[in-house]
Design a protein around this ligand. Structure first.
Ligand SMILES: *[C@@H]1O[C@H](CO)[C@@H](O)[C@H](O)[C@H]1NC(C)=O
Ligand SMILES: *[C@@H]1O[C@H](CO)[C@@H](O)[C@H](O)[C@H]1NC(C)=O
Ligand SMILES: *[C@@H]1O[C@H](CO)[C@@H](O)[C@H](O)[C@H]1NC(C)=O
Length: 401
C-alpha cells in the first residue's frame, strides 16, 4: 500500500494492535463496467456507470443467498488464486477524461484493486466479528463536490498519482491538479475507507447511510459512538486507474467521475457482503502479520483457493451501452455541476435516464446523445477553485509494501 506519510505513521503506531489481511484483483481492466447498482437501484439500470468486481454472482439485484451461487471471484491472493470464502461484490464509479481531439469523454481503464480488511478502532466488536447476512453499505458521497466541513470526513477519500520516483501528487479529498501520467504500477490511485460502526439495523433504502457510520476521530482507529456501538471489520480499498494508458489522448486534469463529479470529492464505493460464515474472523486471527499486516491472503493457513483463477473470472454485463467512449455526454447524461464557488453538494438527479444518451437496449441503438453538452461548470473559475483547494496537497508518500 502507498499512502501519505502521516497515514503511514498512524499505521505504524497502531500496527501492533491491528489485525488485517489483504486481497487483490488481478490487474488490467478487471471489472464489469455498466450502469448497474444492486444496492441503490436494485433490478434497474442505475444513474451512473460503475466498475464492478468480486464474485460472478453479480447481478442487478442480489441477496446474500444469490451471491452464494458464485463459482469464481476476481478477488484473490497475490498469485491470482480467487478467495473461495468471499462471494462479495464491490463497485465504484468509472473515471472519465476529455479526449484532447474534442470527441468527448473516454474512460480511464483500471489496473487492479487492493482490498484491506482490518480489525481496527475501539468499540464492541460484533460477535462473531463479521458482516451479518444481507449486509451492504456505501462509502463516500456521490453528491459531495467540495471538502467536507467535518475535517475527519475529508479523510474518507484519497487521490494519489504515483510517479516513478518517491514524490507523489495528491492526498485526502478531491482530485489533485497538475497530475501527470502516474507511470508507477499504482497509477492514479483512488482509495476509500468504508465505515465500520453499526447500529445493529438493516440497510434502509430510504436512508442508505443510516445503519453504519465512521468512528469518532481517526477514520480507522477511532471509537464507535453510542448511536452505532457495534464494530464491524474495517474495509479500505485502493483502486488503480491506468492513467498512463490514455494520458497522450486526454486533456490534462479533465477528470470526471461517472456521476458528473469533476472535483473527486464525490468518490464513493459500494459493498454487498457475500462472505461465508466464520471466514473473516479466521483470516484476521490466523493470517501471518507482517510489518504492515499480512500482505497476501494466500499465505494464510486457512486460505481456500477457487478452482478458477481470478483473472479468468468474468462478471456478466446486463445493461449494454458504450461506456468506454460515450461521446459528449456521460452515460445517463449526468450533468457536471462544478460551478464557482463549488456547491458543497449537488442535488440527487431525479429518476434515471434509460431511453436516451448512449444506452443500447436489447441490441437496438438509441442513437446519438442530445447535441448540447451538459457541462455546466465555468471551466476557468472552477479550475482555480479546485487548484486553491488542493494547493497544499502535494505530499511526499511512503511505500508500505
Ligand atoms: C425500475 O424503474 C422504473 C422506472 O423508473 C420503475 O417503474 C420500476 O418500478 C423500477 N423497477 C424496480 C425493480 O425497481
Ligand atoms: C486526517 O488524516 C491526516 C493524515 O493524512 C491526519 O493528520 C489527520 O489528523 C486526520 N484528521 C482527522 C480529523 O482524523
Ligand atoms: C479522438 O481520440 C480518441 C481517444 O484517443 C479516439 O478513440 C478517437 O478515435 C479520436 N477521434 C478522432 C475523430 O480522431
Amino acid at each position: 500500500m502507498r499512502t501519505t506519510l502521516l497515514l503511514g505513521v498512524a499505521c505504524l503506531l497502531s500496527n501492533a494492535a491491528t489485525q488485517q489481511f489483504v486481497m487483490y484483483t488481478p490487474g488490467g481492466d478487471d471489472t464489469s463496467v455498466e450502469r448497474a447498482d444492486p444496492i441503490v437501484s436494485p433490478g434497474n439500470i442505475s444513474q451512473h456507470v460503475h466498475q464492478i468486481f468480486g464474485s460472478n454472482a453479480f447481478a442487478p439485484e442480489v441477496s446474500y443467498e444469490s451471491l452464494q451461487k458464485a463459482d469464481c471471484t476476481t478477488v484473490a491472493d497475490a498469485s491470482n488464486q480467487g478467495n473461495a470464502a468471499d462471494n462479495s461484490i464491490y463497485w465504484h464509479p468509472a473515471l472519465y477524461m476529455e479526449a484532447s481531439n474534442g470527441t468527448g469523454y473516454i474512460r480511464v481503464p483500471t489496473n487492479g484493486h487492493k482490498l484491506y480488511y482490518k480489525n481496527a478502532g475501539t468499540g464492541t466488536p460484533r460477535d462473531p466479528f463479521e458482516f451479518p447476512h444481507g449486509f451492504r453499505m456505501l462509502a463516500g458521497d456521490p453528491f459531495l463536490r467540495a471538502a467536507h466541513p467535518n475535517l475527519q470526513r475529508q479523510n474518507i477519500t484519497q487521490w494519489i498519482c504515483h510517479q516513478a520516483v518517491g514524490m507523489n501528487q495528491g492526498t485526502s479529498g478531491g482530485f489533485p491538479t497538475g497530475v501527470t501520467n502516474c507511470p508507477n504500477v499504482d497509477g492514479f490511485n483512488g482509495a476509500i475507507h468504508f465505515p465500520h460502526c453499526w447500529n445493529g439495523g438493516d440497510f434502509d433504502p430510504a436512508d442508505p447511510t443510516a445503519h453504519v457510520i465512521y468512528p469518532s476521530g481517526d477514520i480507522e482507529n477511532g471509537a464507535c459512538p453510542p448511536s452505532h456501538p457495534t464494530r464491524l471489520p474495517h474495509i479500505f480499498i485502493e483502486n488503480t486507474f491506468n492513467l498512463d494508458a490514455v494520458y497522450d489522448a486526454v486533456k490534462p486534469d479533465s477528470f470526471v467521475l461517472s456521476q458528473g463529479d469533476a472535483s473527486g470529492y464525490g468518490w464513493h464505493f459500494d459493498f454487498f457482503s457475500g462472505w461465508k460464515d466464520g471466514a473473516i474472523p479466521a483470516l484476521l486471527a490466523q493470517c501471518p502479520q507482517g510489518s504492515y499486516g499480512n500482505e497476501d491472503i494466500g499465505t494464510c493457513p486457512n486460505f481456500e483457493p477457487r478452482s478458477t483463477p481470478a483473472s479468468e473470472c468474468k462478471l456478466n454485463t446486463f445493461f449494454r451501452e458504450n461506456v468506454n467512449s460515450p461521446g459528449k455526454n456521460l452515460p445517463g447524461c449526468n450533468p457536471i455541476v462544478d460551478t464557482n464557488p463549488a456547491p458543497q453538494y449537488v442535488p440527487a438527479p431525479r429518476g434515471v435516464s434509460s431511453t436516451h444518451c448512449t444506452l443500447v437496449a436489447n441490441g437496438a441503438s438509441s442513437g446519438n446523445p442530445p447535441a448540447k453538452s451538459s457541462r455546466t461548470r465555468g471551466s476557468k473559475h472552477s479550475k482555480t477553485a479546485t487548484a486553491k483547494r488542493s494547493k497544499t496537497s502535494i505530499a511526499k508518500t511512503r511505500t508500505e509494501s
